[in-house]
Design a protein around this ligand. Structure first.
Ligand code: ADP
Ligand code: MG
Length: 583
């Protein structure tokens, strides 16, 4: 039963509606604004009154305007063709827009209904299947895209028929299933799913036990993120959040990438829209866009759509995970999403929490992060969604509610520091405050011992200690002066500078330095630790400084040279000479 209603009040894009029948929380409705249909979502119901947030400008809307409820929640359309698409938060297709943004009240089809896909059956008549089981496969770019039993199907079905291999569009009935009551249901290559409800298409969700390599040393070496793990990058404006996320997108060991851009400013969204399609995938040499979906908010959409965009993005990720793929979700920046929640909550005059954010902000963020993860599918195969979000705390204050709530939800913390960015020490990740809780998992420690080298986590701890001690030594030197501290302080300080320049700093724009595979990260860390393990007995701090400057210089040249190439070996030899002469 679809209800209708009439507008009774308007505060910006929060609209109150008097309804004539039941409406439910998160139900979608359309408001007729002088012939333009505005899409909105129910965010509060109280008797016959519903509060709805409109996804567009409410300019010209009046009391008495008609509202039609849809009896469904905000949904994503899922099917082949999602990859290489660029959508807004409501999954309007922006690729066909050629840069011209949609008019108010215009909604487009997310998937191409006429395009033909090469279908190959997987299931056969007589097979017993349940929701999310694989019925067939099409090639989407170079990825196998599984056609699944719709996630909404309850109970067991028997496959009655599957079409033979051939070319079909997404609306073709590719399989007929018989339910437990003996009724036949048609399955096409597309299905819908409410974005705010997690897709639970798996048997179990074990704790992550593998690392997702990113080629970024501050992440992989110092604070690795697990495949199916969660992390976040807080940092003030201009500290390198977007550059770091793009590096992870390009280099991360994932098959499908979903970028949710809730831009800081309108031109940033335009940037991602124009720059991302240009990126080349280092794994295949093809356009990265072939295995990427971008969700970005257009500048003419109110904040409400930003909330929708992160959910739509996560739903697309869960859909690909159900195909047994490794998916990476990047959201930049989740602060804008939290601000949308704040605006609505304030307009509804709810009792505010800290900094006027809704009281349940923490719970909302946590349940969103909890949708990431590694899963074991019904057929025993695994799939994963790894999620990394950025947070842009006002004034770089890491004690503000969005950062604090996200800290509770995400297991990796990559804090970008203004101070490091000012000194051009990129990526400006603070090595002391940042952490990865995955390093505490015994199964991850074991994995790293096997995959990288025995005792790797111990070496990582040792490296962090060198940085910590170096900071202490630096403080003492600053207070007491170069001559006022023992030589060991100088040595400690310079050892931490060595770690900083060689392991932490990485040029995202250099073709060699930007991507460091794990074997190379291991090699470089061992080299650096070998130097840090030595006691040099320098005559004076000038000699100490000269030695480390030279060592840093040579190791940096190595970072910029192809691994184990002639050049690399040449610098290595010079380094060996320096060390043996050094003492
Ligand atoms: N790893 C890096 N290597 C070199 N330059 C970097 C790196 N990270 C950031 N930068 C510099 O910092 C600038 C701002 O980074 P950006 O990611 O746009 O910041 P944010 O998203 O935090 O506002 C970049 O344009 C670039 O010049
Ligand atoms: Mg940015």
């Amino acid at each position: 039963m679809k209800s209708t209603g009439k507008v009774t009040g308007i505060v910006s894009n929060l609209v109150t509606v008097l309804t004539d029948g039941p409406v439910s929380q998160n139900e979608i409705c359309y408001i007729d604004c002088g012939g333009t249909r505005l899409m909105a979502e129910v965010i509060k119901v109280n008797g016959k009154n519903a509060a709805v947030q409109v996804f567009e400008s409410t300019r010209g809307l009046k009391n008495g305007d008609k509202v039609e409820f849809e009896d469904r929640m905000l949904e994503a359309s899922l099917g082949p063709g999602l990859l290489s698409s660029c959508y807004d938060g409501l999954q309007n297709d922006l690729t066909t827009m050629t840069g011209v943004f949609l008019k108010r009240g215009e909604y487009t089809e997310p998937l191409d209904h006429s395009r033909l896909w090469d279908f190959t059956p997987i299931a056969a008549p007589g097979d017993k299947v349940t929701a999310a089981d694989w019925l067939g496969e099409v090639r989407e770019g170079w990825l196998p895209h599984k056609i699944m039993v719709p996630f909404s199907f309850k109970g067991e079905y028997t496959v009655k028929s599957v079409v033979p291999a051939g070319q079909y569009n997404i609306d073709t009935t590719v399989a007929v299933l018989t339910n437990e009551e003996g009724e036949d249901v048609d399955v096409t290559m597309t299905q819908k799913w409410p974005v705010k409800v997690a897709i639970k298409a798996y048997r179990e969700k074990p704790r992550p036990s593998r690392i997702m390599e990113t080629g970024v040393r501050v992440i992989d070496t110092l604070n690795p993120i697990a495949e199916g793990g969660t992390g976040f990058i807080p940092g003030p404006f201009g500290c390198g959040k977007t550059v770091l996320q793009h590096a992870i997108a390009k280099q991360g060991d994932a098959e499908v990438i979903v970028m949710a851009a809730c831009g800081e400013r309108a031109n940033e969204v335009v940037e991602i829209f124009t720059e991302f399609p240009e990126l080349i995938d280092p794994h295949t040499g093809r356009h990265l866009m072939e295995r990427t979906t971008i969700i970005c908010n257009t500048s003419n959409m109110p904040v409400a759509a930003r909330e929708a965009s992160v959910y739509t993005a996560m739903t697309i990720c869960e859909y690909y995970r159900a195909m047994g793929l490794k998916v990476l979700l990047l959201a930049d920046s989740t602060s804008r999403w939290a601000q949308a929640l704040r605006e609505m909550s304030n307009r509804m005059e709810e009792l505010p929490g800290a900094d006027a954010f809704p009281v349940d902000l923490s719970a909302i963020i946590s349940s969103f992060y909890a949708r990431a993860g590694m899963v074991v599918l019904n057929n025993g195969k695994t799939g994963s969604v790894t999620f990394i979000g950025t947070v842009s705390p006002a004034g770089g204050n890491l004690k503000e509610p969005v950062t604090e709530s996200t800290k509770k939800a995400a297991r990796c913390f990559y804090a970008l520091e203004q101070n490091r960015a000012d000194k051009k020490r990129y990526p400006a990740v603070n090595p002391i405050d940042s952490y990865s809780k995955y390093l505490e998992y015994p199964e991850i420690e074991e994995y790293l011992s096997e995959k990288v080298t025995p005792g790797w986590v111990g070496m990582v701890e040792k490296t962090k200690n060198i940085i910590r001690k170096g900071r202490e030594a630096q403080e003492q030197i600053n207070i007491l002066g170069d001559d006022g501290v023992p030589m060991t302080y100088h040595e400690q300080f310079w050892k931490s500078e060595l770690v900083d320049f060689i392991i932490l700093q990485q040029d995202a724009f250099d073709p060699v330095d930007s991507v460091t595979p794990m074997d190379r990260q291991e090699y470089m860390l061992k080299l650096v630790l070998d130097i840090c393990d030595r006691n040099f007995d320098f005559e004076d701090f000038e000699e100490c400084r000269r030695f480390f400057n030279e060592a840093i210089n040579l190791l940096r040249q190595m970072n910029y040279s192809e691994f184990r190439s002639g050049n690399f070996n040449k610098y290595q030899e010079q380094l060996n000479n320096l060390i043996s002469n050094g003492k």
